[in-house]
Design a protein around this ligand. Sequence first.
Ligand code: SAM
Length: 254
Amino acid sequence: MGTWRTSARRLLRKSPVAYRVVRRAEAAARAAVHAWREPPVRALPASLDEQAEWQEELYLLDDDPWNFERSPYEQGKYQHTLDVLTADGARYESALEVGCSIGVFTEMLAPHCGELVAVDISATAVERAEARVAGQPHVRVERMVLPNEMPGGTFDLVVCSDVLYYLEGPSLAKTVDAIAGTIRPGGALVVVSWLGTFGPMSGAELHATLRHLLPPSFRLDRSERRDVDGPQGIGYQLDVYRREPSAAADGDGS
Ligand SMILES: C[S@@+](CC[C@H](N)C(=O)[O-])C[C@H]1O[C@@H](n2cnc3c(N)ncnc32)[C@H](O)[C@@H]1O
């Protein structure tokens, strides 16, 4: 992508008019992406196929559509999440990150995991995440559409940061069920969500709903709300659920 762009730019610089036209088109595309990002400008796609197509378009138009690499809000959210996850030097034998995007948090989490599987619905995002964690054989990045696809195996940590509110009712229930089923007894589920409304439900509604959707063997261990300056001036919530260590015998179906 980078090489293609560099050569294209070199060619365009030879023709100032064409260069200006292309730069204007690029700026318009970027503005459209930013407008899309600002809820409630655009209703989210209904089906998972449309969702996949929409996310893919975002990543094709912008290398980092949510500015994860540079936004102080996103960086603060990642650091907060990491601090909570690694308190007291905690390490994870096997972790799953759902909706990993371009892998900014994946890279931060990787040193604290024996194995890390990171998945995203967008093939382009997956490519960028793979490049970011290249040379770390214990990290695997895959394109997957939850809940239709789920990585095999079990995990002692699953991270869902700003992803579950994209899913509407039945897909959300199916996803939560599938995720809960992969968490080992004693393992943790961390859900972080911007509290505004972008998807079928707000982040605040999602966090309230999760308390009912998760099987009884999951108890809320920690819940922190940060009223920091995120999109639209709204902050986020971070919830940590822990699966009871004796859950295998609970017969809760997970
Ligand atoms: C807003 S980004 C959040 C990225 C990162 N987790 C964070 O907190 O900054 C949401 C990501 O979830 C992915 N995503 C959305 N729906 C998904 C699904 N059904 N299955 C897998 N990934 C999905 C999108 O492609 C996007 O990269």
